[in-house]
Write a protein that binds this ligand. Structure first.
Ligand SMILES: NC(=O)c1ccc[n+]([C@@H]2O[C@H](COP(=O)([O-])OP(=O)(O)OC[C@H]3O[C@@H](n4cnc5c(N)ncnc54)[C@H](O)[C@@H]3O)[C@@H](O)[C@H]2O)c1
Length: 245
């Protein structure tokens, strides 16, 4: 490890699993102090104990509890230099069967969640000499796929939310997205546990494999470090060659 985040204090949501967990592990190894948020208490406790990091159980869709735990996180770390929003959910069904509760929850977690976290973290981020925001969106924010009206709307919204944030919060705060394709995590277990689905998903991308959480955490490291000092309001697509953006 190279200490690329030495001295930086970073809050990560969705840190108990998948990409958020991979980001937490990589960032800890690169010298960052971490505050980890997730709604899954048992898994979060395991990750936090392994990394020796501050952690709080929290539903990112609940503005009040987000405000409380983000303030606790900033106090515990002595400030915040970065946020990575990885908490998210997936639900797919044909639009004719799409119920309002599913729509509301997708928007609440995947779009309003990052808003809640970043809004609560803003005073701390503004107090830092230079701060970074990384939101995990998706190729679904670009590409229509069957049954993804709610998920795609939440991720397309997150991409534009992030671009607009970059405009509003520069020059001291940079804001960028990562748009993953299919990555092997709990969210996509239904794909990679089936040899047939897994093969189909691999065959349709140029690199002929599913992504690993570490493919995404390395992009998050770039966007959270000085290596990306002149990059804001954009996306890094990590999809193995699929959506061609
Ligand atoms: N896996 C993929 O192929 C893929 C592709 C594109 C985008 N994404 C996005 O990447 C992000 C990370 O997903 P993942 O694949 O690592 O999934 P994952 O299920 O492994 O991890 C998601 C984490 O978010 C947490 N979480 C869910 N809802 C929450 C809430 N309301 N409040 C707090 N925490 C909550 C979960 O407990 C879990 O620990 C998500 O935003 C997802 O939409 C995933």
């Amino acid at each position: 490890m190279t200490g690329r985040l030495a001295g930086r204090r970073v809050l990560i949501t969705g840190a108990a699993s998948g990409m958020g967990k991979a980001v937490a592990e990589l960032f800890a190894g690169e010298g960052a102090s971490l505050a980890l948020l997730d709604c899954d208490a048992a898994k979060l406790s395991d990750v936090a104990a392994f990394l020796g990091a501050f952690a709080r159980v929290c539903d990112v869709a609940e503005a009040g509890s987000v405000e409380t735990v983000v303030a606790e996180a900033a106090k515990s770390l002595g400030g915040l230099d970065g946020v990575v929003s990885a908490a998210g959910i997936l639900a797919t069904k044909p639009f004719a069967d799409f119920d309002r509760a599913t729509w509301d929850r997708l928007i609440a977690v995947n779009l309003t969640g990052p808003f809640n976290v970043i809004h609560s973290a803003l005073p701390a981020l503004q107090a830092a000499p230079s701060a970074t925001i990384v939101n995990i969106a998706s190729v679904s924010g670009y590409l229509p796929m069957a049954g993804t009206t709610g998920y795609s709307a939440s991720k397309g919204g997150l991409i534009m939310f992030t671009k607009s944030l970059a405009f509003d919060l520069g020059p001291n705060i940079r804001a960028n997205c990562i748009c993953p394709g299919v990555i092997r995590t709990e969210m996509t277990r239904y794909i990679w546990e089936s040899p047939e689905h897994s093969q189909r998903a691999s065959d349709r991308v140029a690199l002929k494999r599913l992504g690993a959480p570490e493919d995404v955490s390395r992009a998050a490291l770039y966007l959270s470090s000085e290596d990306s000092a002149f990059t804001t309001g954009t996306e890094i697509v990590v999809d193995g060659g699929f959506c061609w953006r």
